[in-house]
Design a protein around this ligand. Structure first.
Ligand code: 3H9
Length: 680
């Protein structure tokens, strides 16, 4: 775990704990011993600490949080490094995150490669840097720069770190160690960050909190980070460190950090396909075809273009093709206008795009994704044509949101090559991709789909075949419940507030307004079988027409709509329904617990591989708040017994299609967990 080597009078200490050199108990003990031994070893004049493999360290071992672990703790270790009587230099390459950067801050000097990523991402785990980071970083780079790094959690490059004084000098990776050793050898004495003091106008902290108010609302960690950095500017280092430790202890024991740590591991677990051999040979995907240049097809194409993968996009009519291509360009140019892409990058992406009206243009693609509208006959027709056009071994994917990938595959003579790649709108932005495994999908096709989705920066999750897959299948009872409650007497705001209070950006009715009230509408204004039909008949198709369940101003801000209310009331009267009082508890049951119930069914049917995958779907595709861990994790925090009890009490209101998931009922009755033996 810790290796040492003496280079004449300089001791090299290497952290070697693959894959990320996490600072678990054995690493800490090894580092502690190496530093302690060096103090008494007269042969050692100075010490260099570095990481083996690709990085210095990814920080504290996250699996240890919430458990008792062996001494020394990371804070004590960093203090001991700083207290060393012999100069200590950190030689940083690859990554120095969290505790990794805190170890480097305990060192007296830092040398890094220009492309190293240095950061304190603890806030993303609902924590603050708890090994001195909040006290030492402001002392090195100043309060404002430290606030930015600690509260955003975003890393900076080695180059930037050198510019702001976080590292003392830059070196090439090949000579980093040698330079660190000769630099250390030339040092006369330690330079301790703790000896420095830093002051700041208290108004800085209030201004910072106010500026970031929207981003940090409802979250425990960012405000604790601000408090800790403030302490660095007001207290001597010893007291500041105590304050930091107290704040850290509170956060690590809290529900938000527990949830965010769950998310960290859930997102990594989602990448794994149960039963898939690790060394499975992937298919190589160097050229992608997309059928349909509408909103979805265009958005899907952008992911590949941005990742440097050429795309052939096919449409049936020139006008639709031109419109699609120009929308892609406009989207790229809008990003460039915000400074997030250069003009060259825009041109590079556009140069990889080949628009075509000819189906045959797809013949040399390694993967073709169909993104036309949801109609089984149309999709089968396309897949039959693709079967005749695509080269042998090409992967054939449908972006269907609901339809059976198995049935689509029957239109081909190669169902083993067929899979679902369900992107979420806007497809160039939303991280989620459901990678749908059909009954016949070949293992390497599924593995390649997952790998490719990650290559283009997505968060892929494996789903089996069912109506709506994981996400939309769970969404259905939520949206149905929300609309039914309007008819029964609730207001849109009352329904949506329950989701917003949980931390979602919007409630289910606002979401329908955003996506389009008219999605899936039969387009016959005289046929009114639901409130949705009634709104559509009145031209209230959502945000795009200025109103749906709500009215919207030119900035798309919602307000209560008298017109929508009148439509709901008329529908209610005609349906002979007497309005009644609807409680928040009922809204929770019908828009949140109903999702959990459907998720549990998806789990017991084997549609999702694991409960945490369901959480990842809702976190990355539906705006479920990360600090609650996802619907399944959240349900366990609420208590499965309470969830089941509430669902049972509202059973009659949950629609004729409702049935309680046997798995959920069983876990609730026996104190079990949807996450298996390990629990949430
Ligand atoms: C902290 O430091 C607190 C201190 O301030 C105070 C303490 C008192 N621990 O992401 P990858 C596992 S909090 C344990 O796929 P990449 C990960 O689960 C920490 N395990 O690799 C995965 O396991 P598996 C602050 C960890 O190359 C495997 O390593 N630090 C840790 O794409 C590979 O991970 C952070 O928040 C860890 N710290 O990315 C940084 N890190 O193979 C967290 C990773 O079984 N880490 N694992 O699924 C990262 O952001 C990325 O892992 C990193 C590498 C960028 C380092």
């Amino acid at each position: 775990m810790i290796k040492t080597q003496l280079h004449d009078d300089v001791l090299e200490v290497v952290i070697d704990n693959p894959p990320v050199n996490a600072l678990g108990a054995r690493v800490r003990q090894g580092l502690w011993a190496a530093i302690a031994d060096a103090q008494t070893d007269t042969a050692v004049k100075a010490i260099v600490i570095r990481g083996a493999g690709k990085l210095l360290s990814g920080g504290a071992d996250i699996t240890e949080f919430g458990k008792t672990t062996a001494e020394p703790g990371l804070p004590e270790l960093v203090d001991a490094i700083e207290a060393s009587a012999k100069p200590v230099v950190a030689a940083i390459h690859g990554i120095a995150l969290g505790g990794g950067l805190e170890v480097a801050l305990g060192c007296h000097y830092r040398i890094a490669t220009a492309n190293t990523k240095l950061g304190l991402p603890e806030v993303t785990l609902g924590l603050l840097p708890g090994a001195g980071g909040t006290q030492r970083l402001p002392r090195v780079i100043g309060v404002e720069a430290a606030l930015d790094m600690i509260v955003s959690g975003s890393p900076i490059s080695g180059k930037r770190a050198a510019d702001i004084g976080l590292v003392d000098r830059l070196a090439e990776e090949g000579t980093l160690l040698a330079e660190a050793i000769s630099f250390a050898r030339a040092l006369d004495a330690p330079r301790r960050t703790g000896d420095v003091s830093v002051s700041a106008d208290p108004a800085i902290f209030e201004a910072f909190a106010a500026q970031n108010a929207r981003k940090i609302a409802g979250l425990d960690a960012p405000s604790a980070c601000i408090k800790a950095v403030r302490a660095a500017s007001e207290l001597p280092i010893g007291q500041g460190l105590e304050k930091e430790r107290a704040l850290f202890a509170e956060l690590v024991a809290g529900t938000q950090s527990k949830a965010l740590r769950h998310v960290f591991f859930a997102e990594r677990a989602a990448a794994k396909i149960d039963g898939m051999p690790k060394d499975i040979a992937m298919r190589s995907i160097d050229k992608v075809g997309v059928i349909g240049a509408g909103t979805m097809g265009g958005g899907i194409s952008m992911n590949f273009l941005s990742a440097g993968i050429p795309v052939t996009i096919v449409e049936m009519a020139q006008e639709a093709l031109d419109r699609g291509v120009s929308t892609i360009r406009k989207n790229y140019e809008a990003t460039a206008a915000k400074g997030r892409l250069t003009a060259d990058q825009v041109e590079k992406a556009m140069s990889l795009l080949t628009p075509s009206l000819a189906f045959d243009a797809l013949a040399d693609c390694d993967l073709v994704i169909e993104a036309v509208y949801e109609n089984m006959d149309v999709k089968k027709d396309i897949f039959a044509r693709l079967d005749g056009t695509a080269k042998p071994g090409a992967m054939l994917a449908s972006n269907t949101s609901y339809l059976s990938v198995d049935e689509i595959a029957t239109a081909t003579k190669r169902p083993q090559d067929v899979l679902g790649l369900h992107f979420f709108s806007p497809a160039n932005i939303m991280k989620l991709v459901e990678v749908v495994r059909g009954a016949e999908t070949a293992p390497e096709v599924l593995a390649t789909g997952m790998d490719l989705a990650r290559r283009i920066g997505k968060a892929p999750v494996v789903s089996g075949v069912c109506y709506g897959f994981i996400g939309n299948r769970m969404l259905t009872p939520r949206l149905d419940g929300a609309i039914e409650m309007l008819v029964e007497g609730a207001t849109p705001d009352q329904v949506d507030q329950v989701s917003v209070a949980l931390g979602m950006p919007m409630g289910p009715l606002q979401m329908i307004d955003l996506a389009g009230v008219d999605i899936g509408w039969h387009r016959d204004p005289t046929r009114i079988e639901s409130v949705r039909d009634a709104l559509n008949a009145a031209g209230r198709w959502g945000q795009k027409t200025g109103g749906g369940f709500y009215d919207y101003d030119e900035k798309r801000r919602p307000s209560a709509s008298a017109a929508a209310q009148a439509i709901v009331e008329q529908f209610r009267t005609e349906a002979g329904i007497a309005p009644r009082e609807i409680t928040d508890e009922e809204i929770v049951a019908r828009t949140l617990y109903a999702i959990v119930n459907e998720g549990a069914k998806i789990l017991e049917e084997g549609i999702a591989q694991r409960a945490s995958d369901i959480d990842v779907v809702w976190l990355n595709g539906y705006g479920w708040p990360r600090h609650t861990g996802g619907p399944m994790f959240w349900a366990e925090q609420v208590g499965l017994e309470k969830v089941v009890d509430t669902l049972n009490r509202y059973r009659d209101r949950l629609g004729p299609g409702f049935s309680l998931s046997p798995l959920l009922a069983q876990c609730a009755a026996q104190g079990g967990s949807l996450f298996g033996d390990a629990g949430a």
